[in-house]
Each structure stands twice: as C-alpha cells, then as structure tokens.
Design a protein around this ligand. Structure first.
Ligand code: PGA
Length: 247
C-alpha cells in the first residue's frame, strides 16, 4: 500500500507575511493522515523550515541546481536545500521546461543532483494540449522519463516521486478527468514495471493540474494516483487541508 502525498507548489507567490500566515494555518489545521509537503519560493525556505520543525509537514524546494557549487549565478545547490531542511525538490516543472527552456537532459541532471544531495526529487512530466490532441501523450511522458532512466537507471526511481501534470490542466481550471489521469498514471507505472517491478510498485505518482477540494476525492481514489502536486489551491490553508483530508 502506497502512502498518499499531498505537496503544495507555491510557485512565485506570497510575501513574508502571507507565507507565515499560510504555514500557521496549515500547522494548526487538521492535517489528516496523508503525507504533506510545501514548496515555498527559495527565499522563504529557511523561514518555513524553521516553522515546520517538529510538525508532520515536510519542506520541499521548487528546483535544484545540477551542479554542486561554483559560478552558477541565481541557482541553489542541493546541499543548501538540505541545510534549509528540505526533504523534497521539484525538478522539471512544466513552467521551468517551457519558460526557462530546461531540456530533458538538464532536468535529468538536476534529478541526479537531488539524489546525490539526499533529496527526494519530485519529477514533473506531462504533455501539452497540442501533444494530447496529436495523440502523443504516452510518447511524450515516456521520453521525459527515459531522459532520467537512461542516465540514472530505473533503480534511481526508487528514491523519487513522479508528478504527472498535463500542461493544459495547470493553472487553467481544466482538470484531467479521473479516467484520463488514471490512464497516464497506469502507463507510467507499467513502463517502469517493465524495468523494475519493485520500484514501480512502491513509486508514488502524483497528479497535478487544477486539483482542488472539489475534485481531489475522485482523482485520489484512482488506483495509480498516489497524491497531488497542488498549485493554486495550496495557497489557502483551508483548501490545501481539505485536499489532504480527501486523500
Ligand atoms: P495548479 O498547479 O494546481 O495551479 O494547476 C499545479 C502545478 O503547477 O504544480
């Protein structure tokens, strides 16, 4: 039985004051039995990490550098994230892939550095609307996965979380139907099972894309959906906790 993980991706939202309020709201609410994590903007990691100490909520970063240290202006290393108290690091979010031109290869290198730093990467994969309409959803997620498998081996997926996030569902209010999401999750697990059944069986595969308290229950009841990566709805403690309770 896989545990359910509900992770909040706060993206570039909030202020010091609103972040403190949000963490207080989550900490003092009913967190239920799911595993919970929040991924604040990098500048707030130390603050949020301190506030979460002793709570059941884990800390995650929104990205991690593919290099250990040196002249990489603007980047944050895995070692620094560990020091801030991170357990997770998102890699390959579609906004990074699309807006900051992160290639499959760079995402795989960031993934490798997360593992090397003792972080659990949350590897985001997913197709655009055009790719879905062209009927190539499976080959797109397979290519994104293969970039990691080819360089790290399937065993490396034993220490990660995968988030299937159809790009057309992110921040749009257009959620994938439970059947659409389940089909891709089952494809992902099947692809990994062909290489390593033990890894595939225990792998947490999250769904991301307009998940909210109203649709979470049905999505999370699908056999291969093991949690959610939540954007917009993670910015309100009440909604985030309602999703956790639906798990
Ligand atoms: P959303 O974002 O829940 O606002 O659609 C999800 C994500 O980008 O991880």
């Amino acid at each position: 039985m896989r545990a359910t993980l509900i992770a909040g991706n706060w993206k570039m939202n909030g202020s010091l004051q609103s972040v403190i309020q949000l963490v207080e709201g989550i900490k003092t609410g009913d967190v239920g039995t799911a595993q919970l994590a929040v991924c604040p903007p990098a500048i707030y990691l130390m603050k949020v990490g301190g506030m979460l100490e002793g709570s059941q909520v884990s800390l995650g970063a929104q990205n991690v550098c593919d290099q250990a240290s040196g002249a990489f202006t603007g980047e944050v290393s895995g070692g620094m994230l560990k020091e801030a108290g991170c357990r997770y690091a998102i890699v390959g979010h579609s906004e990074r892939r699309a807006l900051y031109v992160e290639s499959d290869e760079l995402v795989a290198a960031r993934f490798a550095m997360a593992i090397e730093s003792g972080l659990i990467p949350i590897l985001c994969i997913g197709e655009t609307l055009q790719e879905r309409e062209d009927g190539i959803t499976e080959s797109v997620v397979a290519r994104q996965l293969d970039a990691v498998i080819d360089t790290q081996g399937a065993a490396a997926l034993g220490n990660c979380v995968i988030a299937y996030e159809p790009v057309w569902a992110i921040g749009t209010g257009k959620v994938a139907t439970p059947e659409q999401a389940q089909a891709v999750h089952a494809f992902i697990r099947g692809k990994i099972a062909a290489l390593d059944t033990a890894v595939a069986d225990k792998l947490q595969i999250l769904y991301g894309g307009s998940m909210n308290p109203g649709n979470a229950g049905e999505l999370l009841s699908q056999p291969d959906i093991d949690g959610g990566l939540i954007g917009g709805a993670a910015l309100k403690a009440e909604d985030f906790l309602a999703i956790a309770q639906a798990a």
